[in-house]
Design a binder for this molecule. Structure first.
Ligand code: ARG
Ligand code: ZN
Length: 860
């Protein structure tokens, strides 16, 4: 292969998939934890499926012995190279006994079995998805190998909590070792190794129970440190709600007698759906009114539901290979979004999901890391836990669900569970089950294969004699290097026509655009209507329609679809700030429309009112710019428009604020809406220099009934650099010093402050509470800081940022590579920043070695 440079990490391709030669029937694991290492003994019962050798994966393992059918194997019998152990001349059935030694105490990558915490506050946990199990022992660590696991854990009694998947079968003292004890767990479900988990710790537990629709009594347990056990009620309630929701909406009941969740402070991702033993980042499970903002608490519920839903979409039916990751993630995100939409206004849920999609996925799809929802090749699968796989993956399932309608979608999902329960399957299998009532659903496969965000453009002509309205739509997707020329995709465009005089809907239809250009004719249309397209964001596309600003203002007033009311405000903002759709609008129409809408809406639906005041962040705006991006200019224009909105409504902020008084805490959609709007109004009032607004902020902080109020006030004080803000920051630190998650907020509000400088960030990175081994803490500074593009994209800012990546490259490559993805669009910068950024990235490339980071730098 002369054209491959010697250090290029090797790629794995979907087209090279082959079935494993051997299956595993049962696995017995015996994990003994000692002061500075662990010994793992395993027994695998393997059965031949096809011709070939046994291939086991293993990384960072010290192999002690390996025997097959009782005979000790030597290097004559097997070969070990680059993370792989191949055993030759294997009979039909083989019992493998393998002993290895590992070191969880020095595992900073947080994959496999690792120690979290420090000093005498430590615990041991696992993270095996996608390929962490191979850091625990040699194993055919691939999702299409399913087995029955029995796990024995042994440790010092300092760690009273010994947990693994399934049911507890036995526990007791270790003979001849008075300080040690053990527990044996058995999981009766066949599962891939990535769903293995164990925990060795000293934790408290919140217990509850749930009776399934099938009559099964399930013990529910939420484990956390004793100081955090009072923050587990929200998560427990969400778990019960999710269990019920899946029974009602998908006919899926839980299948074991026990469901456990463990909160861990050091975790690379949000949470993990290990069978019967979920492991959660503390930030994604702990919640209390005093310490957790509403937004966070709401996402705790969504993540609890997400991991629970995986029990059917992921665990009982899993992925054949990691290219199919979206099979479980896209579907499960769609399910958790639907669950969340039932807990609040569905319009607000859709707004938040679409805002996330646009800010992150659209920008990923437009940049050098663009990939299909089902990638075709990768170097490091950890780099593909992306917003494209997750969120765009969910959008495809949503389009299918909307195309089929609720009854046929349910028929399709029932068929999926019926056909594939207990198997490891592909996206094609999923589509084939969903198309039992409509074979056109199979056409959605191209959405999984083709990268890039389609742009849908359109216009209308009205014929007053024939009384017809003709809408012409066309679609275009950029050609991403390395892929076939893009094909037209099936794009459902939910459309409504509004009568210009009455504002009433005169026609409603789902248009299916599945060719490059198509026309759609509406008959019996008495006068030229205003057209509202892509209602509820019926497809993940960019929309360019030949609207007048006045049409958008009309829709803001008359649309009945709450999502589209928000969407037109965003289109107006885009036209003002980015010349969206080639139109450069003046802000007048937008400001006037807001001024008319807001007072009414704020009384009706405070949460939606708060969203209508959204102006995308500078970072989000940047993601829509493909060339000559000037961060300073974008920020100036963005802040300028924000100020214009604040000034336009200057006389109303006091009344609005006073109409939203602080009340004793309640966790209802209405109360959350009031708190959200109050924080937005407070910030607007300070921006408009309303008299007394600084006092409102201070009073809100002092009298806060919950974190949403207190942190909202603090953030505003910091961003407006109010006199005394420092005092409040110090007070906040003092009050919450013992709570890591709140101290994360304290770090992030400073690192993301409007006036942050690289020096300020440096001093946060060297603060005594800063900890490089806790991803939440690293993100609280580093990711927060990256939300200020004018500082990030300077020589000093980038030097610091790339320094962080370099520092983490070896210690925690998964985290390093994730943080790096923020820099992917350096390419769009205007000179001289572009050149400067390029040089720094080339430098970084020379100083890193993980395949994770190297793959993310491939396009530099
Ligand atoms: N499957 C988990 C979830 O979506 C995420 C695990 C990702 N872990 C990782 N190391 N990339 O709920
Ligand atoms: Zn997931």
């Amino acid at each position: 292969m002369p054209d491959v440079p010697p250090h290029a990490p090797s790629k794995i391709n979907l087209k090279d998939y082959t079935k494993p030669s051997f299956d595993v029937d049962t696995v017995h694991l015996d994990i003994k934890l000692f002061e500075d290492y662990a010994q793992v003994d395993s027994t695998l019962e393997m059965v031949r499926q096809t011709a070939g050798d046994i291939v086991l994966f293993g990384e960072s393992l010290e192999l002690l012995t390996i025997t097959m059918n009782g005979k000790v194997l030597t290097t004559e019998d097997y070969q070990q190279e680059a993370g792989k152990l191949t055993i030759y001349n294997v009979p039909e059935r083989a019992t493998l006994d393998i002993q290895v030694r590992i070191c969880p105490q020095t595992n900073t990558a947080l994959e496999g079995l690792y120690m979290a915490g420090s000093g005498d506050d430590t615990m041991f946990v696992t993270q095996c998805e996608p390929e962490g199990f191979r850091k625990i022992t040699f194993y055919p660590d691939r999702p299409d190998v399913l087995a029955i696991f029995t796990t024995r854990l042994e440790a010092d009694k300092r760690y009273p909590t010994l947990l693994a998947n399934g049911n507890l079968v036995e526990a007791g003292e270790v003979a001849d070792a008075p300080d040690r004890h053990y527990a044996i767990w058995h999981d009766p479900t066949n599962k891939p190794s990535y769903l293995f988990a164990c925990v060795v710790a000293d934790l408290d537990v919140l217990t509850d129970s749930y009776t399934t629709s099938e009559g099964r009594e399930v013990l529910l347990e939420l484990y956390a440190k004793s100081a955090d056990i009072d923050k587990c009620d929200v998560g427990m309630q969400a778990l019960k709600d999710a269990m019920k929701w899946d029974e009602v909406n998908y006919g899926r009941a839980y299948d074991l007698d026990r469901y456990m969740i463990v909160a861990v402070s050091q975790f690379n991702m949000g949470a993990m759906e290990n069978k019967g033993l979920n492991i959660f980042n503390t930030a994604c499970v702990l919640s209390s009114p005093e310490t957790t903002t509403d937004a966070r608490s709401f996402s705790v519920k969504a993540i609890i539901a997400h991991e629970y839903f995986h029990n059917w979409t992921g665990n009982r039916i899993t992925c054949r290979d990691w290219f199919q990751l979206c099979l479980k993630e896209g579907f499960t995100v769609y399910r958790d979004q639907s669950f969340s939409a039932d807990q609040q206004s569905s319009a607000v849920q859709r707004i938040d999901d679409v805002a996330t999609l646009r800010a992150h996925q659209f920008s990923e799809d437009a940049g050098p890391l663009a990939h299909p929802v089902r990638p075709e090749s990768f170097v490091e699968i950890n780099n593909f836990y992306t917003t494209t796989v997750y969120e765009k993956g969910a959008e495809i399932v949503r389009m299918i669900a909307n195309t089929l309608g609720p009854d046929d979608f349910r028929k399709g999902t029932d068929e999926y569970f019926r056909r594939y329960d207990g198997q490891a399957v592909t996206v094609e299998d999923f589509l084939s089950a969903l198309s039992i009532t409509d074979d056109k659903i199979e056409n959605f496969i191209d959405w999984y294969r083709q990268p890039g965000t389609p742009v849908v453009s359109g216009s209308q002509t009205y014929d007053s004699t024939a009384q017809t309205l003709t809408i012409t739509l066309n679609q275009q997707t950029r050609h991403v290097k390395g892929f076939d020329a893009p094909k037209p995709l099936p794009i459902p465009v939910a459309t409504a026509l509004f009568d210009k005089d009455s504002g009433a809907i005169v026609a409603e239809r789902m248009l299916l655009l599945d060719e490059a250009t198509q026309t759609f004719v509406f008959e019996n249309v008495a006068s030229e209507p205003v057209v509202s397209l892509l209602r509820d964001f019926s497809a993940p596309v960019q929309l360019n329609y030949d609207y007048q600003d006045a049409d958008l203002a009309f829709l803001l007033k008359h649309e009945t679809n709450g999502f589209n009311r928000w969407q037109v405000t965003q289109m107006l903002v885009n036209r003002i700030l980015l010349q969206g759709q080639g139109v450069k609008s003046s802000p007048d129409v937008y400001l006037e429309a807001l001024a008319q809408t807001l007072p009414v809406l704020s009384a009706d639906d405070a949460m939606l009112a708060a969203r209508l005041l959204d102006i995308p962040s500078a970072q989000e705006l940047a993601s829509a710019i493909s060339k000559d991006y000037d961060p300073v200019l974008v920020k100036e224009q963005r802040d300028g428009l924000y100020k214009q909105v604040a000034d336009k409504l200057k006389d109303q902020w006091a009344e609005l604020y006073n109409n939203l008084p602080m009340q004793s805490y309640e966790d209802s959609a209405e109360a959350r809406g009031i708190r959200a709007l109050r924080n937005v109004v407070l910030d607007m009032a300070l921006t408009a220099n309303v008299d007394d607004a600084a006092d409102w902020a201070k009073q809100q902080y002092d009298n806060a009934s919950c974190m949403t109020e207190r942190f909202g006030a603090l953030k505003t004080m910091v961003n407006h650099q109010l006199a005394g803000a420092d005092k409040y920051l110090a007070d906040f630190y003092e009050r919450f010093q013992a709570n890591d998650l709140v101290i994360d907020l304290w770090f992030s509000v400073q690192a993301a402050a409007d006036d942050v400088t690289p020096d300020m960030v440096k001093s946060l990175l060297t603060h005594t509470d800063f900890d490089w081994n806790t991803p939440n803490r690293v993100r609280s500074v580093v990711s927060a800081f990256s939300s200020q593009p004018t500082v990030l994209w300077t020589a000093e800012g980038l030097e610091m940022y790339t320094g962080v990546i370099q520092k983490l490259d070896d210690a925690n490559p998964v985290l390093a590579s994730r943080l790096l993805q923020v820099l992917a669009r350096w390419n769009t910068l205007a000179e001289p920043r572009r050149q400067m950024a390029h040089e720094q990235l080339v430098d970084l490339q020379k100083n890193v070695s993980s395949k994770h980071v190297l793959e993310s730098l491939e396009s530099v």
